[in-house]
Design a protein around this ligand. Structure first.
Ligand SMILES: [Zn+2]
Length: 322
């Protein structure tokens, strides 16, 4: 540069990043997890950015310990959002109550979609899944916020209830991730498109298996749960941790058993035997439909029967100095 050349300086406003905002609020995320913060927190300024920012952070914090156990080396978290899985059968049989057992957090990484069943506030329960991107043949978000997935093995999944911002951001991130995965030629083996993950160690548990070979966790089979609901409605749902639904179903169980026992005692003391038939029919309809519904819900994922001690404890290795 010669002395007669003039340097011009311009002061450009420095763009605020998601990391700046996290520091500003005293929020911190685990350094052990690779996050794409700009995608997770797409809006860090302007009108109304704070509420979605803070709720996304809260959701991340609920899931961090599970993500640490679950993510592969080199796997990066691109996005997460909370929605609700839709099932026509459950909507018909359970009405609005079906909503309560289907809260699901989606985590999009660079290789797969992870799904965690949670409570309404996004706190994880015990049922988790994953879908590698090459198992998704069709992905569509429609105008009223429904997200539909068609999987390679023919299974279809529908979700709704995502926030407005998530509905806007998710399709783009999903499409980009699917495209990047296709180019990577990574072709992991699967036992079904929507793989179950162990409630304890988050390793894959293959199709129709109810035992985790990695950590020894045991899970209820849908038949075991349905049989319990057939004996007494609500028993199966109670074991799956759906306590509110189980409480409602309990009234069905109490009435079918009471009716049956009253008619049985009448029958034994010489009343008209045809009266017994209606009690048996009522029992079969109430308990049978509850058993079918339990079977339908139980088939969707894993529900722990017995888990090893606290997560992490079973794999603790004590280092001896010297
Ligand atoms: Zn396990």
């Amino acid at each position: 540069m010669t002395f007669d050349q003039q340097e011009t300086f311009s002061v450009e406003p420095v763009a605020i990043t998601a990391q700046d905002r996290l520091e500003e609020f005293g929020m911190s995320l685990s350094p052990d997890i690779d996050y794409d913060l700009e995608k997770i927190f797409p809006k860090v300024e302007g009108w109304g950015w704070k509420v979605p920012f803070k709720s996304k952070y809260k959701l991340l914090r609920h899931l961090e310990s599970l993500l640490k156990d679950c993510l592969f080396e080199g796997e990066k978290v691109l996005f997460l959002a909370k929605g609700n899985q839709h099932s026509l059968t459950e909507a018909v049989f359970m009405g609005i109550w079906a909503h309560g057992i289907n809260h699901t957090v989606f985590v999009l990484t660079n290789v797969r979609l992870l799904m965690f069943r949670t409570n309404s506030r996004g706190k994880p329960k015990k049922t988790f899944w994953m879908v590698y991107y090459n198992q998704i043949v069709h992905f569509k978000g429609n105008w009223h916020g429904m997200l539909n997935l068609k999987l390679k093995d023919g299974r279809r999944l529908s979700f709704s209830g995502f926030s407005r911002q998530d509905r806007k951001e998710m399709p783009t991130i999903f499409t980009q991730a699917l495209e990047a995965f296709r180019q990577s030629e990574f072709n992991p083996p699967v036992s079904q498109s929507l793989e179950n993950l162990c409630s304890h160690c988050l390793d894959k548990v293959s199709k129709d298996e109810y035992f985790c070979e990695t950590c020894g966790a045991k899970f209820w089979s849908p038949k075991e749960l349905a049989l319990r609901s057939l004996i007494f409605p609500s028993w199966g749902d109670f074991l799956m941790g759906h306590h509110f639904i189980a409480f409602l179903e309990m009234f069905g169980g109490l009435s079918s058993w009471t009716f049956l026992l009253v008619r049985l005692s009448g029958f034994l003391t010489g009343a008209d035997p045809t009266e017994m038939v209606s009690a048996i029919l009522f029992f079969l309809i109430v308990n049978g439909s509850d058993a079918m519904l339990t079977y339908h819900i139980a088939r969707k994922g894993l529900h722990p029967k017995s888990l090893p001690a606290e997560r992490g404890e079973s794999i603790t290795i004590e280092s001896q100095p010297g």
